[in-house]
Design a protein around this ligand. Sequence first.
Ligand SMILES: Nc1ncnc2c1ncn2[C@@H]1O[C@H](COP(=O)(O)OP(=O)(O)O)[C@@H](O)[C@H]1O
Ligand SMILES: [Mg+2]
Length: 272
Amino acid sequence: MSEVIAVMNQKGGCGKTTTVVNTATSLAVMGKTVLVVDMDPQANATTSFGIDKNRLENTIYDAIVGDIDIKKVTKPTFIKNLFIVPSNMSLSGAGVELSKQENYHNILKETLKGVVPLFDYIFIDLPPSLGVITVNALIASNSVLIPIQAEYYALEGVADLISTIELVERRLKSPTPIKGILLTLYDRRTRLSKDVHKELKNYFDSNGLLFKTIIPRNIRLAEAPSFGKPCLIYDPDSTGTKAYLKLAKEILDRDSLNEDSNINEKKNRRSD
Ligand SMILES: Nc1ncnc2c1ncn2[C@@H]1O[C@H](COP(=O)(O)OP(=O)(O)O)[C@@H](O)[C@H]1O
Ligand SMILES: [Mg+2]
C-alpha cells in the first residue's frame, strides 16, 4: 500500500526539507519506490537533487492550478527508485488561486491520485506556514511527520500545529494521524539539546509518537544540497547519512508492525 507522508512544521529551518530529501533517498536505496512532492515555492527539495528550478517546463503549480497531468510533472532523479514533482517560485501565488476554486482543500489529493498507487512512499515537503497549501497536504496524506529542532522554544508552535491538524480532522472529517515526531539538529555536547529531548519524551513518548532515531547536527547534511546531492550520495559515511538510514529503517519497522496488526485484526474478525 502507498503511504503519503506530509512533513510539517510552520517553523522554518527545523529540518523539514533535509528530512524529506534524506529519508526519501534512504528508502529508495533500501529498494522502495519513492516520490518527493515539493510544495514549497523556495524549492529547496528540488535543488537538493541537483535540479535547476529556473529551467523547469512544468512544476507542481501546473498540476494543481493548471491542467497538466501529474504524471507529466513527475520526473526521475539521478537516484534509482526515486522521483520528484518539482516546484519553483510560481507556486507562491497558488494558495490564493486555489482558494477561488470549489472544494479547494481537496485539490492536491485529487491531483496526486494518478501517481500515488505507483509508489510505496510519497513525501510532501511543505513551506513554513499553516495556509491553504498545508491544509491541502494534510488532506492528501495518510500521516504527518513533524521535525522539531533541538533549540529554545522548540515546542512553541507545536501546540498550534497539532490543533491545526485536529481542526482539519474535525472540519473535513479527514483524519491524518501523526506518524512521528523527529528530533533534529541535535548537538549531544549541549545541555540544551538534552533538555529538549527530555521535554519531547515527556510530551510524546507515552503515546509512542517520538521517533527513537535522533538526527544529529552534522555539517555534511548542510553541505550536501549545495552539491545537488542527498547526503547519502555526498558522504555515505557521515553521521547525518547514518541517522537518516536509521530513521528509514524505523519507519519500515513501524509500518510492517502496523501491517501485521492489520492482518491479525482481519484474521480475528474473520474467525469471529
Ligand atoms: N541535522 C542537520 N545538521 C546540520 N545542518 C542541518 C541539519 N538539518 C538541517 N540543516 C540545515 O539547516 C537549514 C534548515 O534546514 P531545512 O531542512 O532547510 O529546514 P526547513 O525545510 O524546515 O526550513 C539548512 O541550511 C539545512 O542544510
Ligand atoms: Mg524547507
